[in-house]
Every structure is written in C-alpha cells, then in structure tokens.
Design a binder for this molecule. Structure first.
Ligand code: NCD
Length: 300
C-alpha cells in the first residue's frame, strides 16, 4: 500500500494488519520512535482541522520523521494564487517523501495521486471520503466490540455531506452480517450510491424516522455534525437527532457512542461520563491508526 486515496483500499486484510500494528505501536511506542528517521512528510490542509492534522503531525513526529506543513492552505499556500492541486503536489513532492492532503474538492486526492511520485494520503476530500477516519473508526469498533462481523450501527446526523459516514460504509461493506440504521433529516439522507453499496454487499439498511425505529441492543451509534459549510444555503434549518441521557436510556449498556468530532451540540456533554461514550478514545485511536498507516506506506 503506497498511498491511501479511498476507503475501498482498506480491505479486510489491510485493516487487520493495520489494527494489529496500531495495537503494537500503542503497547511499545519506543520500538517505533525512530522508524521513519530521515523522512520528511508534508501536511497540506485546505480545510479546517484539529484532530486529523494534529494527530497526523503527532504520528509523523512520534515515528521519528520530520514535518513540513501548511495549516490553512487555502489562504497561506499558492492555492490562494490559483495554483492547481496537481501543481502544488508536483512542487511539494520535491521537498517531502509523502504528502497528507485535505481539500474541499472531491477529486483532490485522486488528482494528486495521478501526478504524485511520493505517497499521497487523503485526509478528507470534500463530502466524498475520509479514509483515515474510517480506519480509526474501524479500529475503535474492533477494540470496543472485539469483532467486526455481525455489527449493527446507527448512523445519525448529516449523512449527505458527512464524508466520514461514506468511508465507514465502504469499509463495513466487506464484513458479514452488518446492519445499518440511518436517522437524519430527509434532506440530509445518505446519497443513493452508498445505499447501493450496502445493497450490493448484502448489508441490512433501514432508513429510520425516529429513535424508536432503532433496535435498543445496537452495537454502536455513530453521530455526526451537520456540515453547514457544505450546505447550499447555510440559513436552512435541518432536523437534528441529538443524543441526550434520555435518548441513551433507551439503548443497552453495550451501545457505544461514536463521533468523528467536532461535536456542536449533537451529543450532550452530560453523556461524557457515560461509559458508552467512546468518542474521545476514538480520537486518540486516530494517532495509533495513523502511525500504523505511515509505517505501512513506507514499508516498515
Ligand atoms: C470530520 C471531517 O473533517 O470530516 N472531522 C474529522 O476529521 N475528525 C467531521 C467533521 O468535520 O464534522
């Protein structure tokens, strides 16, 4: 694996290998602290990020590589002057041994990979995909549940523009006996292509109208933020299915609460101490999952 552009590249075997490696990195960090010594990795982020960028940068540094970075590439890179992503990649690959890119254009990572001579890692491409988030999400599910077949997961919030749910569906589609319950405002429902992926892969897909339509013994609730920055009209209000202690009372002790974060009200802070709330642990898992991915990309 010498790049990561879409979640379809995360096959069952790759996931098992990366999750096993992530576990070992977590248990024995000092064994990995110089493994990318001598490498320089660039992070180019055209969209805002806290977790993805900083966990990648922490991963880079914890593996002994060095880092060059543009945090606000829309404003502070030559993108502002109108340079294409392809030209930026052609230049940056002269300075770095791998490039981590986030961009609002859905084709950005694919276009980058077409011209790149160094590994490209997609850290979020518009509303389309977020494969490294899918990796840490699946790592979290595996560690919390102990298995990846036979899972039932509710997807909540913005399923239209929420790229993390799109990549998660692609990854889960490879496992057996997966049930997906989708609960969102109709105008933020899952795009048809993801429903087709579920059908083609024999996943159970249930479009829900309320929390009552979701089984109480569910394995995980995956909440998401409404991606207002991607709305055509940011003044339109959409129905939100917020998680509160009352809502969570319905669900079993084993129903974990996940969220790619940031949350902006869709999970009550009153749930932070609920033992089912794993979203902060999930964000921490991003560090180990991304360290494992970087090792893999460099053949270590
Ligand atoms: C997500 C993203 O950027 O797609 N955040 C993340 O990477 N952890 C979700 C979001 O921004 O709402």
């Amino acid at each position: 694996m010498n790049n990561l552009i879409g979640a379809a590249q995360l096959t069952r075997d790759v996931i098992e290998q990366l999750c096993t490696l992530a576990d070992d990195i977590r248990a024995n960090p000092s064994n990995y602290s110089k493994i990318l010594d001598g490498k320089i990795i660039a992070t180019i982020f055209y969209e805002p990020s806290t977790r993805t960028r900083l966990s990648f940068e922490s991963a880079i540094l914890r593996l002994g590589a060095r880092l060059i970075s543009t945090e606000n590439a829309n404003e502070s890179s030559s993108g502002k002057k109108g340079e294409s992503v392809e030209d930026t990649i052609r230049i940056v690959q002269g300075y770095a041994d791998a490039i981590v890119i986030r961009h609002s254009d859905e084709e950005s990572s694919r276009n980058a990979a077409k011209v790149a001579t160094v590994p490209i890692i997609n850290a979020g491409s518009g509303k389309d995909e977020h494969p490294t988030q899918a990796l840490l999400d699946i790592y979290t599910l595996r560690n919390c549940k102990g298995h990846l077949d036979n899972l039932s997961v509710a997807l909540l919030g913005d399923l239209k523009y929420g790229r993390t749910t799109h990549s998660l569906i692609k990854v889960l589609s490879q496992y057996d006996n997966i049930s997906i319950y989708a609960l969102s405002d109709d105008r933020l429902a899952l795009p048809e292509e993801y429903i087709k992926i579920m059908q083609d892969n024999n996943m159970k897909y249930v479009k829900c109208n309320s929390f009552e339509d979701i089984p109480v013994d569910l394995d995980a609730i995956y909440q998401t933020r409404q991606q207002k920055e991607r709305f055509e009209n940011s003044d339109v209000e959409f129905k939100s299915y917020d998680l509160t202690p009352e809502v969570m009372n319905r669900f079993s002790d084993n129903t974990i609460i996940m969220h790619p974060l940031p949350r902006v009200g869709e999970i009550s802070t009153e749930l932070d101490n609920d033992k089912r709330a794993v979203f902060f642990e999930q964000a921490k898992n991003g560090l180990y999952a991304r360290m494992a991915l970087l090792c893999e990309v460099f053949g270590k």
